[in-house]
Design a protein around this ligand. Structure first.
Ligand SMILES: Nc1ncnc2c1ncn2[C@@H]1O[C@H](COP(=O)(O)OP(=O)(O)OP(=O)(O)O)[C@@H](O)[C@H]1O
Ligand SMILES: [Mg+2]
Length: 253
């Protein structure tokens, strides 16, 4: 059954159309890849799905409800969450505090608590703190929990970005280039975490330029070019499709 359904979505920046009648379906429990040349509109599609930009036409439904006009936080409340191509951590805060600040309804409260130096022990005892600890363990970030996030490596920042997303207890996650700028060892680790989350029932839509790694983990894939979906199927079907080959010819993958 469709968890997320994008139907006939178009969107524009200024007068420039960047999404043109896009249809994408993410079924419950699915793990789906999204590829496409630079500027194809992949990140913009995530922005349209999660409410960062308005739709020109079409609709986005999540769990059978039309969420097209809901603000970002209402979509998050319903379980729809994304990461960004460039991680958006609070670099001055510790890794643990970044996780805490990401929890729903926590940001203001938690950041204020930090300012007023509420005892750390108490924070870690509560349910949200435990969840943050568990996720840091799951992501193998436990040993850097007290480091400032700004000091993490590129790959660790991506893991933290995933952790912050998971604090929202989402039903579906949209990952924008999780492997970009990440060393091969951490790519492997990120990959495993993504597959594991999916095994636990989370639906995942993942944009990636690393076609080799992506093809290894997803059974289904979409390809976009110039604002349109140009192929959909298994990784082999998509990568072998004529339109995809043409789009990538001379383009930057
Ligand atoms: N905030 C913005 N204002 C104006 N134009 C934008 C904005 N964001 C993206 N664009 C344009 O929209 C088009 C699609 O960009 P988008 O970032 O969605 O591509 P992408 O497929 O994610 O590419 P990449 O693989 O390089 O990340 C591009 O032409 C881009 O220049
Ligand atoms: Mg992008």
């Amino acid at each position: 059954m469709a968890l997320l359904s994008v139907q006939g979505v178009s969107a524009a920046f200024g007068g420039f159309k960047v999404l043109d009648n896009v249809d994408v379906t993410l079924n419950e429990g699915a793990l789906v890849g999204m590829i496409g040349t630079n500027g194809a509109g992949k990140s913009t599609l995530f922005s349209a799905i999660t409410g960062y930009i308005p739709l020109h036409s079409g609709s986005v439904s999540f769990r059978g409800e039309d969420v097209s006009r809901l603000p970002i936080h209402k979509r998050v409340q319903r379980g729809l969450a994304r990461t960004f191509q460039v991680p958006r951590e609070f670099s001055e805060l510790t890794v643990f505090d970044n996780m805490m600040a990401a929890a729903p309804g926590q940001a203001g409260e938690y950041l204020a608590a930090l300012v007023f130096a509420r005892s750390r022990v108490r924070r870690e005892e509560d349910e949200v703190g435990q969840r943050a600890r568990e996720l840091l363990r799951f992501l193998n970030l436990e040993r850097v929990a007290d480091e400032r996030a700004g000091r993490l490596s590129g790959g660790q920042k991506k893991l933290l970005e995933l952790g912050r997303l998971l604090m929202l207890k989402p039903a579906a996650i949209l990952l924008d280039e999780p492997f970009a700028g990440v060393n091969p060892v951490l790519i492997e680790e990120l990959s495993e975490r993504i597959v594991e989350l999916n095994r636990q029932g989370m639906a995942v839509l993942v944009i990636e330029h690393n076609l080799e790694e992506l093809s290894r983990i997803v059974p289904e894939m979409y390809a976009m070019d110039r604002g349109q979906v140009i192929a959909h199927g298994t990784p082999d079907e998509v990568l072998e499709s004529e339109k995809v080959r043409e789009a990538y010819m001379g383009g930057v993958i």
